[in-house]
Design a protein around this ligand. Structure first.
Ligand code: OAD
Length: 246
């Protein structure tokens, strides 16, 4: 028998209880100018500054482990086909045992050439992004680490502002259809829904009966989700228990 599907769409609030700060509202972007450290323009203005920022971030991430929410999502795999779509660049879902994780904003686990062909930037009129070098690495990228194929500067495999998210719309629509036909579940956890495509995800899945938003301070509930107001580490284990006994 085919398993029912659960799609979990997550943001930085999912990893907050693991010690990784969120971005907005007393978060990382209050401490650092976002357009300097996380934009395509910022990278080309001062690559060394950007790399130092991510080196510090990576140092913080290396001491973090999955929290109760990551583990609860992994536990759902006993009974459901679980698809994680995350905006997070940490690997805590994978560390908790989640098998199917799609990183919309890339992952700290990889480094790539600054001219990699998966970088989609609207200002690239000359189509300079044509290298294919990307490798797994647990070491932070240093200024001067160059691509063995084209000598470009290496960078973290993260999608920055002004770069397009590879959102695989076709597969997303297929998942939406399957969830609605086969009594699936959609869980949105720990995101302010402020950047694309987060807000559109909540709209796409708004016709699913079992749809939840988990957040200690949800911003809005335009699509009438079941709101579970509280921390992911409390609410996700409760929801997982309920779904597993359903
Ligand atoms: P935000 O900082 O915008 O939102 C974090 C959300 O998590 C807020 O709604 C908080 O209320 C909620 N939250 C805080 N603690 C929580 C907890 N313990 N459990 C559950 N929720 C909690 O972060 P994101 O929505 O993830 O992109 O931001 C989206 C993207 O914007 C990020 O991926 C990043 C940023 O710019 C890039 O860096 C490219």
């Amino acid at each position: 028998m085919t398993k029912r599907k659960v799609v979990v769409f997550s943001g930085s609030g999912l990893s907050a209880e693991s010690g990784i700060p969120t971005f907005r509202g007393n978060g990382l972007w209050d401490e650092y100018p976002v357009h300097k450290v996380a934009s395509h323009t910022g990278w080309h203005e001062d690559r060394e500054y950007v790399l130092k920022f991510y080196e510090r971030q990576m140092g913080k991430y290396s001491n973090c482990s999955p929290n109760a929410a990551h583990k609860a999502i992994a536990s759902l795999q006993e009974k459901f086909d679980v698809y994680n779509i995350t905006q997070n660049i940490d690997t805590l879902l994978e560390d908790a045992g989640c098998e199917n994780v799609r990183h919309l904003h890339g992952s700290m686990k990889y480094r790539k050439c600054e001219w990699h062909n998966d970088i989609k930037n609207e200002y690239d009129m000359d189509n300079n992004f044509n290298c294919d070098y990307k490798v797994e690495s647990s070491e932070p990228v240093k200024f001067g680490d160059t691509c063995p194929k084209c000598c470009g500067q290496m960078r973290p495999d993260i999608v920055w502002f002004e770069e397009a998210v590879d959102d695989d719309y076709e597969n997303l629509m297929k998942l939406c259809g399957e969830l609605s036909i086969y009594d699936g579940v959609f869980i949105c956890v720990g995101t302010s829904l402020e950047v694309y495509p987060a807000a559109s995800m909540v709209r796409h899945f708004s016709h699913i009966d079992k749809r939840y938003i988990i957040d200690p301070s949800p911003k809005s509930n335009e699509f009438n989700y079941k709101l579970l107001v509280g921390k992911a580490g409390d609410k996700l284990p409760e929801l997982a228990e309920e779904l597993l006994s359903d």
